[in-house]
Design a protein around this ligand. Structure first.
Ligand code: NIG
Ligand code: FE
Length: 403
């Protein structure tokens, strides 16, 4: 019976409950039925409906099934790396000092401007393959290391090719990631060019490739007014706003995200309580990036508990990028979520699946309930909690991808 598959012999199944903000379901000795590319039934093996008993079986080999991870904030494509800068940070130079001296994002911009589309595609495939091996089934990926029209365009072209090759990703336009030297001292002019000229041009060149737009609102980079200008232009082009907000100090980023009805506000290490309430009321997903806090050597992990108490559906992401988070490991994010953001295991797992997917408008990812896409991770553990508990262990799940 082609198109009808039954995963059986599962030690258990663990999934967020899409009907509640933080509920999860655990089914022991479980089975899971997939019709074409969607989950059709989930439950205990001894209750598999008759109609499913003849379906083509997939042997779960006594493992645990969970939804694959969704990473809703990456800077996937860039040229070069910043390992030498990283070493200078270890010798005491700060991230801000490196950036002020023309390094940082602009260092990566120079390497990215030299990369061809074919090189960017190859880099992207190798990084996506690493993420997939570790259980990530869908990501968000930003442009933003071009800081000029033609390189931003090549980044978008490379993302379009990765999508054509079947990688599951949502693309975010982010030319306002930093101020390039061509516009030194004139951020107003740069923002005007991004908002009025580049965004419309890029959307016109690659219709339907980008779904979101983003901007780095931060002291010394772009103001909330700049952010508003970029996001409003994006919205007119059909892009949904996301926002880099309150990363190094409080700039009112969370409040701006709420005002703009953004899908997410990301970083938020210095988010105000007013900002949290505003995000909860506006349905903005706070996306927390604890591996960035760690990699920057900072202690100010984002106030996840306060956000959850304020009614926010918090998500977790990697922020994979060459400067502030050279990390392609979802389990490190999960572990930091539990150990530094003080989330429970169930909350952190939900934040990396259900809420991550929802921040991308993907209701059919991040859970294993009927209707979800058939992307299932099979883990060789006694219980999924071990993914955090055995803290230094490497776990490579098998991904059943019938979507
Ligand atoms: O999300 N905050 C801005 N952008 C990145 C850092 C990029 C870089 O250092 O290359 C971030 O942390
Ligand atoms: Fe980022």
């Amino acid at each position: 019976m082609s198109g009808r598959r039954l995963i059986t012999n599962l030690k258990g199944l663990f999934t967020p409950d899409p009907e509640t903000p933080w509920g999860t379901h655990t089914v022991l000795d479980a089975a899971l039925a997939i019709q074409d590319n969607r989950i059709a039934w989930v439950g205990p093996r001894n209750e598999v409906p008759r109609a499913w008993q003849g379906a083509e079986p997939i042997d779960g080999k006594g493992r645990w099934a969970t939804p694959g991870f969704v990473d809703p904030h990456t800077h996937l494509l860039f040229g070069g790396d910043r390992s030498q800068e990283f070493n200078r940070r270890l010798h005491g130079v700060t991230y801000a000092e490196l950036a002020a001296a023309g390094g940082g994002i602009r260092e990566t911009m120079r390497a990215t401007r030299l990369a061809t589309v074919a090189e960017l595609v190859a880099i992207g495939e190798s990084r996506l393959a690493k993420l997939a091996r570790k259980g990530v089934v869908h990501i968000e990926a930003k442009t933003g290391y071009g800081l000029e029209l033609e390189t931003e365009s090549r980044l978008l072209e490379a993302y379009a090719e990765l999508k054509r090759r079947g990688w599951s990703l949502d693309v975010t336009l982010m030319p306002a990631h930093d101020l390039p030297q061509e516009f030194a001292g004139d951020p107003d002019r740069y923002i005007q060019v991004v908002a009025d000229e580049w965004q419309p041009e890029l959307v016109g060149r690659f219709p339907g490739v980008a779904r979101f737009c983003d901007v780095f609102v931060e002291k010394g980079v772009f103001t909330a007014d700049h952010g508003r200008q970029v996001l409003e232009s994006g919205r007119k082009l059909g892009l949904t706003p996301r926002l880099h907000a309150d990363e190094f100090c409080h700039t009112g980023g969370a409040e701006l995200a709420a005002e703009m009805g953004a899908a997410s506000a990301d970083h938020l290490m210095f988010c105000s309580e007013t900002g949290m309430k505003a995000m909860a009321a506006a349905g903005v997903t706070p996306i927390l990036l604890p591996a960035t806090t760690l990699f920057l050597g900072m202690r100010d992990f984002a106030p996840a508990r306060k956000m959850i108490e304020a009614g926010c559906r918090v998500a977790l992401a990697s922020d994979f990028n060459p400067g502030s988070c050279a990390c392609l490991d979802p389990l490190l994010i999960l572990r930091l979520g539990c150990l530094q953001l003080r989330m429970t295991f169930e909350e952190a797992f939900t934040a990396m699946t259900l809420h991550a997917a929802r921040s991308l408008g993907r209701e059919d990812l991040g859970h294993l309930h009927p209707g979800a896409l058939g992307k299932v991770a099979l883990w060789e553990v006694n219980h999924p909690l071990e993914l955090v508990y055995w803290m230094g262990e490497t776990y490579l799940p098998e991904i059943i991808n019938l979507a």
